[in-house]
Each structure stands twice: as C-alpha cells, then as structure tokens.
Design a protein around this ligand. Structure first.
Ligand SMILES: [Zn+2]
Ligand SMILES: [Zn+2]
Length: 230
C-alpha cells in the first residue's frame, strides 16, 4: 500500500512548516483516513474514514456545519445534516477489508481506529487514544505498519477521569503506545504531534530515536507530504 501523510499537526497552533496541516493519511490515492483539513478533498479520495468527530480529525466538526460532499464517509457516529455510514462491523471497499476497532479517547465523541487489509498487507491507523480493550487487541497481529498519535512524549500522557462516571479521557504517552503496539508490529509511523515536539525538534527526534532503540522497533517520524510504501 502507498501511504501519503497529508497532515501531522494535533489540536495546537501551527509552528513548523512540515507540520502545518491537521490529521489526514491517504492510502493508495483512494482512502482518506481522517480529514482535518477541507483541502484534502483535492486528492479526490473515493472513501473517507473518520476516527472521531474532533475537528482536528473531521474539520466540519469545528463549526458544526454539515459538509456537502459526494464521497462515502464512515465514522463511529452520525453527524447532523450528513449521510455518514456508521458501522462497528468489518466491511470491504474496493478490495480493502476495513475493520473498525473501538478506542478509548473521549467522553463526548466515540472513536475508532481502523485496521486496513489489502493484498496480504495490514496497516492499522488510530486517531487519538488512551487504550484499546484487550478483546479487540486479538485482531491486531502481524501488522506491517501502525500509524498512531504523538501528542505526549511522557509516559502516561494526559489522562483525566470524569468524577461522576469514572470514565477516562485524553491521550496516553508515546512510550505507552509503543509498548502496546510493539506486540503487533515492528514499525510505527508517528503523526499528530503535540507541543512537546516543536519546543526543540532536534531534541524531540533524538528522544524518539532513543525510544526506538530501547524497544527494538522502527519509528518513522511523520511530516506533511511524507510518502511511504508497505
Ligand atoms: Zn486529535
Ligand atoms: Zn481527539
């Protein structure tokens, strides 16, 4: 599969030229994963899969204006005024098997990651997340690539708890994501960088190199425009 990274900025102000666009990954010029910028439509995706309706992943959620577009959009929940396909079950589009995997991230919106299988290759894309329940992890063996978020460099990330419902929300840290995903892959592409990354980008890169070495995996630091083949 040909992977094009369109955007790598999380929900923060732009501060670096190659990290100016919000979330978006294009697979084989066909499937767009998240659409943090309306301009991604210029790549003419045939399908759009949204991980969750936070505006840095679904730009139309920012002003709550329905997006009038003639491309099938899949998401974990409906959006008023739009014909969104909501499904928790695996489905096939154009020969790609897509399996939505629930992720823990927010209280207000539902979130899914997507397992994409095509011609013997498997990639897994998550939006923002804290954790994936054990029952779903079973489906994640032998992934050729995991694409995940990089909001926080410190272990534990930023996880909060709603006092009434006890539900947790937020983002876990990169070391936790690596620990989780290295069971299933030896290559992780990081996108959705938080402010820690821009404070000192040289230092940030060396921290990530160190984590890769410690965990004996390959870490690819995503940037807007990066092309990758798996
Ligand atoms: Zn986000
Ligand atoms: Zn989010």
């Amino acid at each position: 599969m040909e992977i094009k990274v369109l955007g790598t900025r999380g929900e923060i102000k732009p501060s670096a030229p190659y990290h100016s666009h919000k979330s978006g990954i294009l697979i084989d010029n066909k499937i767009l994963l998240d659409c943090g910028e309306e301009e991604f439509v210029k790549y003419n995706p045939k399908y759009i899969l949204i991980t969750h309706l936070h505006p840095d992943h679904a730009f139309f959620a920012r002003n709550m204006q329905p997006w009038d577009i003639d491309v099938p959009i899949y998401a974990p929940q409906e959006f008023e005024g739009m014909d969104i396909k909501v499904t928790d079950s695996p489905f096939t589009i154009d020969g790609y098997k897509i399996t939505p995997i629930p992720t823990i991230h927010s209280i207000k919106v539902k979130s899914n990651a997507y397992l994409i299988e095509h011609q013997g290759k498997k990639i897994f894309y998550t939006g923002d997340m804290i954790w994936i329940e054990k029952e779903y992890q079973k489906q994640l063996s032998q992934l050729d690539l995991v694409i995940t978020e990089a909001s926080f460099i410190d272990k534990g990330g930023m996880v909060r708890r709603n006092k009434e419902t006890e539900q947790i929300y937020g983002h876990t840290g990169i070391p936790d994501l690596i620990k989780l995903f290295k069971q299933f892959t030896d290559k992780i592409l990081l996108v959705h960088f938080g402010s820690w990354f821009y404070r000192d980008m040289k230092e940030a890169q060396s921290q990530l190199r160190e984590l890769a070495k410690e965990n004996n995996i390959e870490i690819v630091i995503g940037y807007d425009g990066l092309d990758l083949t798996v």
